[in-house]
Design a binder for this molecule. Structure first.
Ligand code: HEM
Length: 168
């Protein structure tokens, strides 16, 4: 057992309860964000591409992503608050192993990528769908897909690291 564990410091039950609540919130937010990306990218998008023409598909993707991106903003807020809350409740940054530092760094990259997606290609896509300019909406959708693919891979990697890292 290599990783440093804040829980090994002989903490009382109030500490354990706070940590349990924070990590429960953290993992629920991660499941919603990463699971939503997996469903959208691996199931919904290919099925929509196989069955619908751009004038039907792109408004559908816009309506789906509009709802999902609201969930992602909520998940990001919950991940940041619960993640840093857990770090502080666990005794600060020096009390945690390298896996948490790696998660924090990669997590912040994911959030920056999402903000870029939201204020860049997503804005372009919504405008193009509203104006029914399908080639432009399709190009913006490709850019969204590229960023979602990167974030899906990063999200899976740090979720595995978050859960298993303390045993490395
Ligand atoms: C601001 C960035 C983040 C911080 C400060 C942070 C912090 C933490 C901490 C302190 C833990 C507990 C580790 C342990 O018990 O050994 C943890 C676990 C975890 N994190 Fe993060 N995290 C961040 C971002 C993310 C993101 C973006 C995801 C996924 C999308 C994520 C997914 C997870 C998962 C799945 C666990 C495992 C929970 C468990 O089994 O206890 N984290 N994180």
């Amino acid at each position: 057992m290599a990783a440093r564990l804040p829980l090994a410091k002989g903490a009382g039950s109030r500490y354990l309860n706070a940590m349990a609540v924070l990590l429960a919130i953290h993992v629920i937010a991660a499941v919603l964000w990463v699971g939503g990306m997996a469903f959208a990218h691996l199931c919904l998008r290919p099925a929509a591409e196989a069955t619908l023409a751009p004038p039907q598909r792109l408004p559908l993707m816009r309506a789906v992503l509009q709802r999902f991106f609201g969930i992602v903003w909520g998940a990001i807020t919950a991940l940041v608050l619960s993640g840093y809350g857990a770090i502080l409740a666990g005794g600060g940054f020096s009390a945690w192993g390298w896996h948490v530092h790696a998660m924090q760094a990669v997590g912040l990259v994911m959030m920056a990528l999402f903000a870029h997606l939201y204020f860049g290609p997503w804005r372009r896509m919504t405008r193009a769908v509203d104006d029914q300019v399908w080639p432009e909406a399709g190009t913006a959708m490709v850019a969204i897909r590229r960023i979602v693919t990167i974030n899906l891979v990063l999200g899976l990697a740090i979720s595995a690291l978050g859960a298993a890292g303390r045993w490395l």
